[in-house]
Design a protein around this ligand. Structure first.
Ligand code: B3K
Ligand code: ZN
Length: 852
């Protein structure tokens, strides 16, 4: 398959300032007539080339006259044009109900909807389907009125009326020029939860969340989150909404979370629908974050878009940074940061260390859909965060204002963004640009020497080689640093921002009269791995005394990790005592800050522990983790029981009530880990008494990894209660796929044959196949049955939905991290995938790169 390279970028040969689309909608056969006003861009004699995929032109007209001098080059429609400006009209027919890829126009549960990012618009009509061709759109839809009473598109509604044969039509106009990837339409039998938002300049915006009637009662949280997001973007970034309507539609079949189409966001229903009986606190948080993210794209993405797909992080990294700021403001910033860093370590660090590593601004791709990654999104957000730290809040805001003002209505680059940061911030970011160009997670060694009132911090950095980048330059790494007195437990210095630029540097602190303990990378100021020589005693000290809650969490994590690694590698459990003491100490804060404590006492995941080893031994990691869990459970059993039976609040979605629920579920997990005979009973009682999904799932998760009869009972009750609710049934599949039992892999294989399992729905596929792939011990069973299962599922899924299949491949690409036996088995499955006839380029790219 062809490779697209960043260095090959050329401006478009033809611009398309205006488009009119006329849809005759029908799930079986939809006719699309497109009228493009085209203008030659610069002096050249090239014909007009329009992207297409999967359709044939029925007819082509130039300036109103049918022509037949067009040709197809591959799937592209090439139309010779003589003048500087013309009107080009095409007509095609497409079959939405046969569209299982869920790209372009497709049907989901009786609703017709679109997904165009990145290159789906070409599956609807012929068009220069690239983000730097910006057009205004006028859209007319005609459809059967009974089946599709609601017709929505981008922008504002213009007119509607009746047509023949029980059909009706509607016309929408979007005055803001936009790239084709932001086009959307929806037709369906939908109802809206409506509200209004008055913007800071006093304009009233009509809001609507559109769902099937039965789902209306579960839309209030999303609607509320939307209004809060709109106000937040005005207050924090000065960004106001710009159309008279803002609509969101929820559909059940969706390749990812949601899509920021101008004025018409389309969402995976899992990021809209919630009520206490069916959605956990985690779901509620995720809904608010995704609603905010898509809304924020109206400026960072839509008003200012990307010049080409190599600039994807320009909108995604920045928008993730913005939604993280929003979420931090809704509850505890520290807990929010902990969750963000945990996500980065779970998804982005392994990506950066594996065969699919790529820079935040990649150099090439085979299939752009494969580059909607944790690196582009989450590491991209960390880059923005580092620049905001280097500039400080006022200058960062001024730089964002400059960026929005300068590039409004255009397609920009990452370089444009960095230059605004430099200009408004008065800083030189030449070396910082390496963060966009170099892949791999930097490692920073840190140690402190203390002598005669002076502390010397020695820092050294190393960026590991990644595919295509064997040698790296040193990066500029912003590290927030502070020293604490080992005896007095008082700060010895203010927090200092150290910009590490050279391969090795020293930083001197004077007036340090007692032995200093180093607190470094506070707040996770840089997305790096810190390697320090701090003792267990110093880490325990920091977990109790650091004044940055994130740093307290980090110290505890490092203490736990050191202990777990010593056990997994050498069977050395001497570190347990220090961890137990530190956790006991942290539990003293449970009353004051339950949400933080719940996070701080959680052990690192099996895969993160595995990431610390030179060769991952999944069984040894599991045993070490279970061993420490049992020690914490047993030694602190009374404390856990005290918390479990302690303060509770009636169900409410407030930070405190959430924190208490979370802590109680963590306590339940530790009581079970202690081996206490009544643990399953306790969990089952909680399961049955729960009046909300957080408590119910907390109990079910504990039971699902256990061995008692109550496990089956709870799973059956859950299944029977929620079998008609697809989003909740996903949880049922997922909990079992994530469980840590000896027979988990076999159970997953059996669940794949369950009548409710289907690969056709991406949420369901992810809930079983995706969850299993991240269950380190179950997936990496020495027999290789897990690898075989995943490969078989991916090959089957690829035929329906290549994009979703490719997303689930990375666990097979981790073979270099395992012993020779497992590596061989994994490679065999990757080879089998690559050799599959008719493989998509999506899956081919991921599998073949994973073999290299
Ligand atoms: N921009 C979309 C993602 C599109 C993914 C295409 N494969 C949603 C988001 O990031 O907000
Ligand atoms: Zn986004």
């Amino acid at each position: 398959p062809a490779v697209t390279r960043r260095e090959d970028y050329h401006p478009p040969e033809w611009m398309v300032p205006e488009v009119e689309l006329d849809f005759d909608l029908d799930p079986a056969k939809t006719r699309v007539r497109a009228t493009l006003r085209v203008e030659r861009n610069g002096a050249h004699r090239e014909p007009l080339k329009l992207d297409g995929a999967g359709q044939q032109p029925v007819r082509v007209l130039v300036d109103g006259v049918a022509v037949n001098n067009w040709r197809l080059e591959g799937e592209r429609l090439v139309v010779p044009l003589t003048g500087e400006a013309h009107t080009v009209e095409t007509e095609v027919e497409i079959e939405p109900e046969k569209n299982t890829q869920l790209m372009g126009l497709y049907a989901s549960g009786g609703i017709l909807c679109t997904q165009c990012e990145a290159e789906g618009f070409r599956r609807i009509t012929y068009f220069p389907d690239r983000p730097d061709v910006l057009a205004t759109y006028r859209v007319r839809m005609t459809a059967d009125k009974a089946r599709f009473p609601v017709l929505l598109a981008n922008g504002d509604p213009v007119a509607q009326g009746e047509a023949d044969n029980g059909r009706h039509w509607a016309e929408w106009h979007d005055p803001f020029p936009k790239p084709s990837y932001l086009f959307a339409l929806v037709a369906g039998d939908l109802q809206a939860n409506r509200d209004e938002f008055v913007t800071q300049s006093g304009r009233t915006v009509q809001l609507g969340i559109w769902v099937r009637e039965a789902d209306l009662p579960r839309t209030d949280h999303a609607l509320h989150a939307l209004k809060v997001s709109m106000a937040w973007d005005e207050r924090v970034y000065g960004r106001e909404y710009d159309l008279d309507v803002f609509n969101i539609v929820a559909v059940d079949d969706f390749n990812f979370g949601a899509m920021e189409n101008k004025g018409l966001n389309i969402f995976n229903s899992r990021y809209i629908l919630a009520d206490p009986d069916t959605a956990t606190d985690y779901d509620y948080d995720a809904i608010a974050a995704v609603v905010a993210h898509e809304y924020f794209h109206n400026w960072s993405g839509n008003r200012v878009t990307c010049r080409d797909w190599f600039q994807l992080s320009l909108k995604e990294g920045f928008t993730v940074f913005r939604d993280q700021g929003f979420s931090a403001d809704q509850g505890s910033p520290a807990v929010n940061r902990i969750e963000g860093v945990r996500g980065l370590r779970a998804a982005q660090f392994p990506e950066d260390a594996g065969p699919l590593a790529h820079p935040v601004r990649p150099e090439s791709y085979i299939e752009i859909s494969n580059f909607y990654t944790a690196t582009i999104y989450n590491k991209g957000a960390e880059l923005i965060r580092m620049m905001s730290i280097i500039l400080g809040p006022q200058k960062f805001r001024a730089a964002c204002d400059l960026y929005f003002q300068r590039f409004d209505g255009t397609a920009a680059t990452c370089e444009d963004f960095v230059r605004c940061m430099e200009e408004a911030g008065g800083v030189d970011l030449s070396q910082f640009r390496l963060w966009y160009a170099q892949a791999g997670t930097p490692r920073v060694q840190a140690s402190v020497e203390h002598e005669g009132g002076r502390a010397t911090l020695r820092l050294a950095q190393h960026v590991p080689p990644t595919p295509g980048q064997p040698v790296k330059e040193p990066m500029v790494i912003p590290l927030k640093v502070k020293l604490f007195g080992a005896e007095t437990a008082k700060p010895l210095t203010d927090e200092r921002l150290v910009l590490l630029k050279d391969p090795a540097e020293t930083v001197v602190f004077d007036g340090v009269v007692e032995r200093p303990v180093l607190s470094i990378n506070r707040g996770f100021s840089a997305p790096v791995i810190i390697e320090s020589d701090r003792s267990a005693a110093d880490l325990g000290f920091l977990s109790a005394n650091d004044d940055d809650p994130f740093a307290r969490y980090e110290a505890m994590q490092q203490l736990m990790l050191d202990t777990l690694v010593a056990d997994a590698v050498e069977g050395d459990r001497s570190g347990h005592e220090a961890v137990v003491a530190a956790v006991a100490n942290t539990l003293d804060d449970a009353e004051r800050d339950p949400a933080f404590v719940a996070e701080a006492v959680l052990l690192p995941s099996e895969s993160f522990i595995g990431d610390q080893l030179s060769v991952v031994d999944p069984e040894a990691v599991f045993r070490a983790r279970e061993g420490l869990r049992a020690a914490l459970g047993g030694k602190l059993e009374e404390r856990w029981r005290g918390l479990y039976d302690g303060e509770r609040e009636p169900y409410a979605y407030t930070p405190r009530a959430k924190g208490l629920r979370r802590l109680r579920n963590v306590a339940l997990g530790y009581i079970a880990a202690s081996g206490a005979g009544d643990a399953d009973k306790l969990a089952f009682t909680q399961f049955e008494a729960a009046d909300n999904m957080t408590d119910r799932m907390g109990a079910l998760t504990t039971l699902a990894s256990g061995a008692s009869d109550l496990r089956e009972a709870a799973l059956d009750i859950f299944y029977n209660r929620y079998r008609d609710n697809a989003l909740v049934l996903d949880k049922w599949f997922q909990t079992q796929a994530l469980s840590s039992r000896d027979d988990t892999a076999a159970q997953v294989a059996e669940l794949a044959r369950h009548p409710d399992f289907t690969l056709a729905n991406p949420n369901r596929a992810r809930s079983l196949v995706g969850a299993f792939g991240v269950n380190q011990r179950a997936f990496n069973g020495a027999s290789g049955e897990g690898y075989r299962f995943l490969a078989e599922q991916l090959i089957a899924l690829d035929k329906l939905n290549p994009q979703t299949a490719a997303k689930l491949l990375p666990p097979l690409g981790r073979w270099r991290r395992f012993d020779a036996g497992r590596a061989k088995l994994m490679r065999a499955e990757l080879e089998r995938i690559v050799a599959t006839p008719g493989l998509s380029k999506d899956l081919f790219e991921q599998a073949s790169k994973s073999l290299e």
